[in-house]
Design a protein around this ligand. Structure first.
Ligand code: UDP
Ligand code: MG
Length: 138
């Protein structure tokens, strides 16, 4: 059974979109097996986004993701990684398909409301950054 890490990012919390977004995530039919609210610190952000370390947007991304509290969750089910990314839409909301979270609600390429793991391998690493095994309760 596949698992994926989801973040409902600080822009979503700040704009009051948590309920709307979780409702859309829930409609995938994937099983919610862990959830918490937290504020990431710089070290955690740099680990989570380590693959983007050399990108010009890295510092701005880190500043954004630590700017306020977010929701972290784990969803489980067949093709969980791909299913979650498809309801989120691509990174740039102006290029995302209508009906996706980012197309419908996101402001721009940075403030795009949600994160979903992009592979099973990365999902496992990201899950271990956010959750202890005993916090996975589903
Ligand atoms: N991002 C950004 N500027 C860019 C590209 C990405 O600020 O030009 C941010 C955005 O919040 C994105 C995150 O960095 O969600 C990670 O980028 P990635 O390419 O992994 O996009 P994702 O997998 O989230 O669609
Ligand atoms: Mg990514």
């Amino acid at each position: 059974m596949e698992r994926t890490l989801v973040l409902v990012k600080p822009d979503a919390v700040q704009r009051g979109l948590v309920g709307e977004i979780l409702s859309r995530l829930e409609r995938t039919g994937l099983k919610l097996v862990a959830m918490k609210m937290l504020r990431m610190d710089r070290g955690m952000a740099e680990r989570h986004y380590a693959v983007h370390r050399d990108q010009p947007f890295f510092e701005g991304l880190v500043q954004f993701i630590i700017s306020g509290p977010l929701i972290a969750a784990i969803y489980e089910g067949p093709n969980a990684v791909e299913v979650m990314r498809s309801v989120m839409g691509v990174t740039d909301p102006t290029r995302a398909d209508p009906g996706t979270i980012r197309a419908d609600l996101a402001q721009d390429t940075r403030h795009n409301l949600v994160h979903g793991s992009d592979s099973v391998e990365n999902a496992e690493m990201e899950i271990s950054l956010f959750f202890n095994p005993e916090e996975v309760v589903g």
